[in-house]
Ligand binder design. Structure first.
Ligand code: ZN
Length: 407
């Protein structure tokens, strides 16, 4: 299997062209992405629009395939245009050249996360159009900016626009994660992201004494409690192999500051924690527990939850969700294995779910070394092309969910 074989493939060429646009953080110029997507829409003979929900430099590009029953709720096929930074010296291929090696591996930032999905949707639509298929529901292929930095000026704002409202979205498909096995991970929910900063105050003085209520002793008390809780989550995961990290609550001390010199007991310490709360947790009780620990530590601790995402209900994977049934039927027909999990990180799907709209995160990439955000990110050309076939079936089924189905 030589690289030349793939380089003549039209779908691979389109994918490579997209990968060669360095839409990499920070300070991304999205213009080349917008132009590329416009050209793709033109070749598919589909209308395309660009909207700027937050600022002029953060476009959302929307390709529309009008359904035969346009009054029905629509389907969004979403992907993000941005990619995370690279350390070029750690790569064996230039990260924005999209080289194909002798094994058919395409190397570039974005091959797995997630430019592949963006152009695979388009490849699937190309096949569907060629077969004469016409969707019942309107399909939107959306390309959003800034997912990798939280989506605050991207999807978070887009879902608030009148444009989005008029799209009348019934279901959204977005990114999943690369699987190293033959089982596709499927995201149906996300944990709540919390950020906690503790300003711990205490008695200060000479480092040779045993002063009461020092900031260090108080911080140590709270840190022990949080670490013990963290250990309980490690144990829960270890006990049950059916669980993944998205099913438990993670707590990590990420920043620590304070103190001036080694023989001075300082009046303050500051500690920052990254917390991802499992969707099964009683968040009111969890917060109270943290506040109680701070009191037990001796008080004088200012508690600042600088990030506290609200609870967002998971997307139902049962017969009450006709889109899930349609999706599952496609997966079953293709003989694919899926493992529904709570996404351990965060994706743009949460903004859609927050609107009460079902959203699934899916990746067609299996049996591939996980290189999301890593050096030498790659995707095998044949895995890419197979993904187009997978999406063809999924998109077809989603577009055909009928009005009479419960929704
Ligand atoms: Zn991504």
């Amino acid at each position: 299997m030589s690289a030349g074989k793939w380089e003549n493939n039209e779908e691979i060429q389109i994918f490579q062209e997209y990968l060669r646009i360095p839409s990499v953080h920070p300070d991304i110029d999205y213009n080349s992405c917008v132009e590329f997507i416009k050209r793709q829409a033109e070749s598919l003979k589909l209308p395309v629009e660009v909207v700027y929900p937050a600022v002029k430099s953060k476009p959302v590009v929307i390709i529309k395939w009008l359904g035969k029953e346009p009054e029905l709720p629509t389907i969004i096929l979403n992907s993000h245009m941005d990619v995370v930074p690279v350390f070029p010296e750690m790569w064996t291929h230039e990260p924005f050249s999209a080289d194909i090696d002798e094994e058919g591996r395409i190397f570039a930032r974005g091959t797995q996360d997630m430019k592949s999905v963006g152009t695979q949707y388009l490849g699937a639509i190309r096949l569907l159009k060629a077969s004469g298929f016409q969707p019942k529901r309107t399909l939107y292929v959306t390309f959003v900016p800034d997912e990798e930095i939280g989506g605050q000026l991207g999807m978070a704002e887009f879902v608030k626009t009148d444009y989005y409202k008029h799209m009348n979205v019934g279901f959204s498909l977005d990114e999943g994660a690369t699987s190293e096995r033959d089982v596709h991970h499927l995201f149906f929910a996300e944990r709540l992201r919390w950020g906690l900063k503790l300003h711990v105050s205490g008695t200060s003085g000479h480092g040779s004494l045993l002063l009461p209520n020092t900031a260090g002793v108080k911080l140590n008390y709270v840190l022990n409690k949080l670490t013990k809780f963290r250990s309980s989550q490690v144990e829960t995961l270890a006990r049950d192999s059916s669980l993944s990290v998205g099913d438990v609550t993670t707590v990590n001390l990420t920043q620590l500051s304070g103190g001036v010199q080694s023989n001075v007991v300082p009046p303050h310490f500051e500690a920052v924690f990254d917390m991802r709360i499992a969707i099964t947790v009683d968040v009111v009780a969890f917060e109270k527990q943290i506040r109680d620990w701070c009191e037990e530590a001796g008080g004088g601790i200012e508690i600042d939850f600088f990030r506290k995402e609200p609870y967002i209900g998971p997307t139902k994977l049962d017969s009450s969700n006709p889109y899930w049934l349609a999706f599952k039927a496609a997966i079953d027909e293709l003989g694919l294995k899926v493992h529904p999990i709570v996404c351990p990180g965060a994706t743009d799907s949460r903004f859609i779910r927050e609107k009460g709209t079902p959203a699934i995160g899916f990746s067609p990439i299996t049996n591939t070394t996980m290189r999301l955000h890593d050096h030498d990110e790659f995707l095998q050309a044949d895995v890419y092309l197979k993904g187009i076939e997978v999406y063809k079936k999924i998109i077809r089924n989603l577009a055909e969910v009928s009005q009479t189905d419960k929704q």
